[in-house]
Ligand binder design. Structure first.
Ligand code: XIL
Length: 375
């Protein structure tokens, strides 16, 4: 009898120890990014479907603790929310809205008009009238459904080429160069209680930035509302263009709109294209082992460099906290990051603040410290 009890006690002790280790393995304690940067700017993350549906208990706890803004990584893109002419699929977007309400997380809906991740039926459209019909119906239906339920919309995403001219997308081809102003006009009508943004990558670069400024001025000159601009921020940890970012914050803020960093991640892997970062999702490059050097773990020196680059970047963000309304990371943890498969499939990247076990990395603690110092 005694041995039985003794054995039971051991089993219970082991179970308790196991639960304790599981709970504490990725513990962030009481530190919180969104709290650390409170009163400065919102701290956001991109969420995928399983995060929205709270499928993983620890992530479900961590996300609202760390972030007060969220952007759907894919589920509000046209190919998912509007898969066929007369078919809208609002299930996940509705869940996202409920999720935001439950935790007091501001939702930036992403996005209304973008040349990528379009449903196949739109790609097949050949005449201008049909495209116009799609354009008007899509913006009006989706934006009005979520008006006042989401905080903001990326109305137009990635309309520019690197030289600042308009990208030759299906929208430019069929609707002409005024389609951007029209998209904002329709969105403003459908969603009077939602902020409206233009979002793009590399618009900190002078030529492309000039193109973005032209777009913003044109929208304003037409008497149409635009509330902010999102610089995506897909950069490399060795090559964060700090000076150009600073110039961009000043120039965009001078237009009287909010400035945001909307899809931040810092890749640590070799750039396979040799060209400075492009986030054009149609880009691909071939895999080889040389460009995937950290399959097992991230060396300490690289971890430190990543932390320093994040710290330098946030030092700049804090300097302009009056002009910056939100900084959103493109994902919660390294395992989720799209950079594991872009532009080369099957690599192991480490671009975010939480590792694959959702454990905060050195970069995380550096940002918490930085926020404290700059109180
Ligand atoms: C990416 C997602 O992260 C991936 O899951 C998806 O396969 C492709 O799109 N610019 C944007 C984002 O505006 O929507 C893109 O997100 C990354 C580049």
């Amino acid at each position: 009898m005694k041995t039985k009890r003794f054995n039971l006690a051991i089993v219970i002790a082991i179970a308790v120890l196991f639960i304790f280790c599981t709970v504490t393995k990725n513990k962030v304690g009481n530190t919180s990014l969104q709290k650390a940067f409170q009163g400065k700017f919102l701290i956001g993350t991109a969420l995928n479907a399983s995060q929205i549906e709270e499928k993983e208990p620890y992530a479900s706890k961590l996300i609202p603790q760390q972030f007060n803004a969220a952007t759907p990584e894919n589920i509000m893109k046209a190919e998912i929310i509007h898969p066929a002419w007369d078919t809208y699929n609002f299930d996940l977007a509705d869940k996202l809205v409920a999720y935001g309400k439950k935790y007091g997380i501001k939702i930036n809906a992403h996005n209304l008009i973008w040349h990528s991740q379009l449903p196949p039926f739109v790609r097949r459209i050949t005449d201008a009238d049909s495209l116009k019909m799609y354009f008007e119906d899509h913006i009006t239906t989706v934006a009005s459904r979520y008006d006042g339920k989401v905080y903001s919309w990326d109305v137009v995403n990635e309309a520019l080429n690197e030289d600042g001219t308009l990208r030759n997308s299906i929208f430019l081809q069929k609707l002409g160069p005024d389609y951007i102003v029209e998209a904002f006009r329709l969105a403003a009508k459908a969603a009077p209680n939602t902020k409206l943004y233009y979002n793009d990558y590399n618009i900190e670069q002078p030529e492309k930035r000039a193109g973005a400024i032209e777009i913003i001025k044109k929208i304003k000159a037409a008497g149409v509302r635009i509330d902010g601009v999102g610089i995506q921020g897909h950069w490399h940890m060795n090559d964060v263009p700090l000076e150009k970012i600073e110039e961009s914050i000043k120039e965009f803020a001078a237009l009287g709109i909010e400035v945001m960093f909307t899809e931040l991640d810092l890749s640590v892997l070799p750039n396979p294209t040799g060209r400075p970062g492009s986030a054009d999702i149609s880009q691909t490059a071939a895999y080889n082992e040389k460009i995937n050097p950290y399959t097992k773990a991230l060396p300490d020196s690289v971890q430190k460099k990543l932390a320093q680059s994040y710290s330098d970047l946030f030092t700049l963000f804090l300097k302009y906290k009056k002009n910056i309304s939100r900084v959103t990371f493109w994902g919660v943890d390294d395992g989720q990051s799209w950079l594991n498969d872009f532009p080369v499939r099957g690599r192991t990247n480490y671009a975010l603040l939480f590792d694959r076990n959702l454990k905060p990395k050195e970069a995380y603690y550096k940002l918490i410290e930085l926020a404290k110092q700059k109180q």
